[in-house]
Ligand binder design. Sequence first.
Ligand code: GLN
Length: 485
Amino acid sequence: MELFELTIHELHDKLKKKEVSSMEATKSMLARIEAVEPKVNAFITVTADQALKDAAEADKRIADGDMVTLTGIPVALKDIFLTKGIRTTCASRILENFVPPYDATSVARLKARGAVLVGKLNQDEFAMGSSTESSYFGKTSNPWKLDCIPGGSSGGSAAAIAAQEATATLGTDTGGSIRQPASHCGCVGLKPTYGRVSRYGVIAYASSLDQVGPVTRDVTDCAIMLEAVAGYDAKDSTSVDLPVPDYTKALTGEVKGLKIGLPREYYIEGLDPDVQKSMEEAIATYRQMGAQFQEVSLPHTDYAVATYYLVATAEASSNLARYDGARFGHRSEAAQSLLDMYRKSRAEGFGEEVKRRIMLGTYALSSGYYDAYYLKAQKVRTLIMHDFIKAFEQVDVLLTPVAPTPAFRIGEKTSDPLQMYLSDIFTIPVNLAGTCGISVPAGLSRAGLPIGLQLIGKPFGEESILRAAHAFEQNTDWHKRRAAL
Ligand code: GLN
């Protein structure tokens, strides 16, 4: 086995036993990146020099017996995380040359645990999308089938894992952006409860929905990464001051007696037959392991996509007001006056989808329409939240598909934004409710594309979804399948 193929826990063991060095693992990863990037394009920036420095540092710590969970492990980050001294673009022309003066809290936490940064990953521009087709830095391919999308917006984070270009990655999830690409690329991806991980230093899209989370090869790695980044941060007032559990301890393999809910509204006509089949097989697997199933209802599911596209775009229009060419980012050379500079810098700097959303959001917030759209959406959001509260009075976790279909072909939905928006139907409600969800590999389509299943947990119920996901992994081998690149 090559070093770039190992999980965090496998590499950690080898580093600990001094069978390999972080320098060897990092060089193996950098060579892998060089070999497959022409096909995949998962990275916007490869930080080879930084990685070699980090690796040398890690090897010193290992020699000193000063090793922690991520010491010497090569990781990569969605390009939405501010990284001190390393260009951070959010896949937008407007931040093409932006070099942040500080690290996001989750980046600082990974560094404190010894991680080696190999690069910054491609995504949809400002995390707006489901396919990583809206990046200013080109599209990313699905390593399983290069003419298909990897999902989005954290498409680079999932493609890099599937193509074995990083041992683990971080993404962000506002409406499914970790879980959906993880599902499409055969990885594990977790969106934590709102407030579980600090958003400080993460470029804001929709602040009441955004959360940071890991994309990994297996559930154990996911638990390790979550533990590394979770916890209260005084710099993010929405982060919650609750102790961080030992998530790897939660992985007991035991699901006997676990009550799993199947939301009636999620098992609908129109679900792709391959996805349907994988869900049925997963349910059978859990039954054999002693879990119990029960149908539940999330009656406001139909309104989730519309609600999300009002709340998210409204927040985005406000968050993206700061890109005006005055303080940082792209400034138009053609401007004749101050107002002209704002206009032209934004017109040149933002892509189509970002502009569409700024317009939608500005409209929804404008006087006269605020009550009809934004306020109404907030009320429906509360109803959706209550749907989950009620369901969790009856069951411990919910099991659903992550996406209605496996990965679609590049270009298939770009001309029809509404079709693209609808592909997030099963992930968006979790963000609106503020709770947690994980995507785990659960099958392959007849065309050979990965299919993920989603486990949704109660607020701060990350341990229970990790435990249930891990138990599934113990009884299946989908997570061991690799894309042939
Ligand atoms: N696809 C959704 C959107 O376009 C979700 C994106 C995300 O989670 N960042 O907004």
